[in-house]
Design a protein around this ligand. Structure first.
Ligand code: NDP
Length: 252
């Protein structure tokens, strides 16, 4: 028995990086995955790769900041699959700037995608889960919502991820009685486009690794494994948890 057999799962930011890994692993474990992203070309490539490996997936155009697009995407899922079992709120952006250089627009943009996008999307998706008698939500937080990274400054991002963690706990409490579990993952540095520049940088990369007890960055599939756990019945009594997957970074 596969671990998410026949589950209908929406992954935001599913085209690239960790979103692609979540989508591929969940599909390999039996789910019908709706890969939702602003990047249609990469999103379709992810879908094609899943199908080539025998999995079931479809692409949906979705900018998580646009409520009308959420409604359209969820309507598509309802029409095609009839229900939504799992929502993986993975889409996120990073602005690497210290406070004095961060404009109001940049602050708003980070919060629009990372926090408000997650809020409006989850609010739109929950009624589908309620109708089906339950569901599971997995949010992508960050170790940056727990500890302040060094040497780079990224106040807007860190604050947004702390908000994701608190939203996770708030919604877990609000929806527990309706059989909807809400958890988050707090990854450390993961080898994706978002972090690759920093990992390769001679100023930052060695510090990032030295600060990580496991002395390496993580790979996207190591986070996808955590997503699979939280999406599957293996975590049936877990809700409101922020599962840290950071090679030990926040132990220090
Ligand atoms: P990537 O930048 O590699 O991929 C993110 C994907 O989301 C891209 O396909 C991107 O499209 C898409 N996306 C961006 N904005 C939107 C939007 N408004 N609506 C829908 N899709 C969007 O990111 P990662 O895979 O590294 O990160 C995934 C999540 O994990 C994020 O929430 C991130 O904050 C979090 N995280 C990442 C860490 C890391 O070290 N990489 C560490 C901790 C947490 P496009 O490329 O076209 O913009």
């Amino acid at each position: 028995m596969k671990r998410v057999e026949n589950k209908v799962i929406l992954v935001t930011g599913g085209a690239m990086g960790m979103g692609r890994s979540h989508s591929e692993l969940l599909a390999a474990q039996g789910a019908w995955v709706f890969v939702a992203d602003v990047n249609a070309a990469e999103g379709q490539a992810t879908v094609d790769s899943i199908r080539k490996n025998g999995g079931k997936a479809d692409f949906l155009q979705l900018d998580v900041t646009q409520e009308a697009q959420w409604n359209a995407a969820l309507a598509q899922i309802t029409e095609r699959a009839g229900r939504l079992d799992v929502l993986v709120n993975n889409a996120g952006i990073l602005i690497l700037k210290p406070m004095q250089d961060t404009t109001n627009d940049e602050w708003d943009r980070v919060f629009d995608v990372n926090v408000r996008g997650l809020f409006i999307g989850t609010r739109a998706a929950v009624p589908l889960m309620q109708k089906a008698g339950g569901g599971t939500i997995v949010n992508m937080g960050s170790m940056s919502g727990i500890a302040s990274n060094i040497p780079q400054n990224q106040v807007a991002y860190n604050s947004s991820k702390a908000a994701v963690h608190m939203m996770t706990k708030s919604l877990a409490s609000e929806f527990a009685a309706q059989n909807i579990r809400v958890n988050a993952i707090a990854p450390g540095y993961i080898d994706t486009d978002m972090s690759r520049g920093g990992i390769a940088s001679p100023e930052w990369g060695p510090i990032w690794r030295n600060m990580t007890p496991m002395d390496r960055v993580g790979q996207p599939d190591e986070i996808a494994a955590a997503t699979l756990f939280l999406a599957s019945p293996a975590s049936s009594y877990i809700t409101g948890e922020v599962l840290v997957a950071d090679g030990g970074y926040t132990t220090r």
